[in-house]
Design a protein around this ligand. Structure first.
Ligand SMILES: [Zn+2]
Length: 432
């Protein structure tokens, strides 16, 4: 079942819609946002220069720094009278990025989130336990509005208070869970420590997880631990928040709502547009946003796009799970690695949990990599020899698969700090 017919439009119809919406957006930003007008003028382009979808490659990119430089409302294309909502991302350094929504933008957001819930099989009959943080972060309220649109009962649990969340999950008989994958694992751990079986003592059937990159191994672990269908969601506040794309029951990529967000894949080094199927950086243009239209936004996320129709009936382009962020990539003695690749290797080994931390440091001139992994409760009682064997085996796997020499340290259960929101998988001491 699709929420909106547009999700199953033939390609030509989608593309015609994209082009007219893109042209309208370009006219809007050229007229109303001095930042874009100056950038377009600088390279001698007007909205009329863009006559086909391919012409979009002639337009300049927008980067996160551009939003910061225009803090707080410099890129808005409407007066504040028309803005009905502000969200903002926490900046670890400097100014946060601020985004705004008109009534129309809130409609669009509710629409794409309603599609997301429908993809996950959530209807008015369901109870949604929403453990994304409520507040300036787009997660909590984005999911909230979408669940309301499909008529589900929403429990605005927000983050934290894990023990209370376990109680509410059980007592209110939630059928769908929405949170980060690492928080879903944390919830399961706490539920087990309270003597519950996540598969039997709850009523969950599906979950929509995102806001952090997750390996296939972590996704499978969440699905198996809870005994639920795993749906991966992708989004970013600069474009709208959650709701840019989500995976269907076929689990072969995330359907991207390309009637609202026009996607491209580029080579992150030179900015060239790459064909469908190639790995590169995702670039998105909002083609229906009013308050804050964004042209060719460099997401920093690495993925591929696939155009073949999906067995679920949707024709919207699919993006692969995010392999990593262009800026999350670690270069260790010249070898590129992503935390998700390390996670994938850990997930194959027995007796280990997916609670890990990668620590990069220097020893003399060389990079040194340490990987701390919590072992499973049951294996702790086993012999020292067994632990040593497991450590060696993992180091060998990492060398074979990722070409890295890492010092694996198996640590006690619960000794790595737990995340309530986004997991800190990498500590790079070389930058300090
Ligand atoms: Zn599908």
């Amino acid at each position: 079942m699709v929420w909106n017919d547009v999700e199953a439009y033939p390609r030509e119809k989608i593309q015609a819609l994209q082009l007219s919406r893109l042209q309208e957006t370009l006219r809007r930003v050229y007229e109303l946002v001095p930042f874009y007008r100056a950038k377009f003028d600088e390279i001698g382009i007007t909205p009329d220069s863009i006559q086909t979808l391919q012409d979009i490659s002639r337009l300049p990119f927008t980067k996160k720094q551009d939003l910061r430089n225009n803090y707080p409302f410099g890129l808005f294309s409407v007066s504040m009278d028309e803005v009905v909502r502000i969200h903002s991302s926490s900046g670890t350094t400097g100014k946060p990025t601020v985004v705004g929504y008109t009534k129309h933008d809130m409609e669009v957001w509710g629409e794409v989130m309603a599609r997301t819930f429908t993809l996950a099989g959530v209807t008015a009959k369901d109870v949604v336990h929403n453990a994304y943080g409520y507040g300036l972060f787009t997660g909590g309220l984005g999911f909230h509005d979408g669940a309301q649109r499909v008529g589900a009962t929403i429990i605005p649990a927000s983050g934290g208070f894990t023990n209370r969340q376990i109680m509410l999950l059980r007592d209110f008989k939630a059928t769908a869970l929405t949170c980060t994958p690492s928080f879903a694992m944390h919830l399961a751990e706490v539920a087990k420590s309270e003597g519950f079986d996540p598969r039997k003592d709850f009523h969950l059937k599906a979950g929509i997880f995102g806001a952090e990159p997750s390996s296939e191994g972590l996704q499978r672990a969440v699905a198996d631990t809870w005994g639920i269908a795993y749906h991966e969601i992708y989004g970013l506040s600069e474009l709208i928040g959650p709701g840019v794309s989500c995976s269907c029951e076929q689990r072969n990529g995330l359907h991207l709502n390309e009637d609202h967000f026009y996607p491209e894949i580029i080579d992150p080094k030179n900015g060239e547009v790459l064909p469908y199927g190639e790995l590169g950086e995702l670039v998105l243009t909002s083609i229906t946003k009013q308050a804050l239209p964004i042209i060719r936004y460099r997401t920093g996320d690495l993925t591929r796009l696939r155009i073949e129709p999906c067995r679920c009936g949707r024709t919207l382009v699919r993006m692969e799970s995010i392999t990593g962020r262009a800026d999350d990539m670690l270069i260790v003695n010249g070898v590129n690695i992503f935390p998700s690749q390390v996670e994938h290797v850990i997930a194959q080994a027995e007796g280990l949990t997916l609670n890990y931390q990668i620590i990069a440091d220097k020893k003399g001139y060389l990079d040194r990599l340490e990987i701390h992994i919590e072992v499973d409760e049951n294996i702790m009682t086993d012999s020292v020899g067994e632990m040593e064997r497991l450590k060696r085996q993992l180091e060998k796997e990492l060398l074979n698969h990722l070409y890295i020499n890492a010092d694996v340290k198996l640590v006690e259960p619960r000794s790595i700090e737990r995340s309530m929101g986004k997991a800190v998988r990498v500590v790079d001491k070389r930058k300090i």
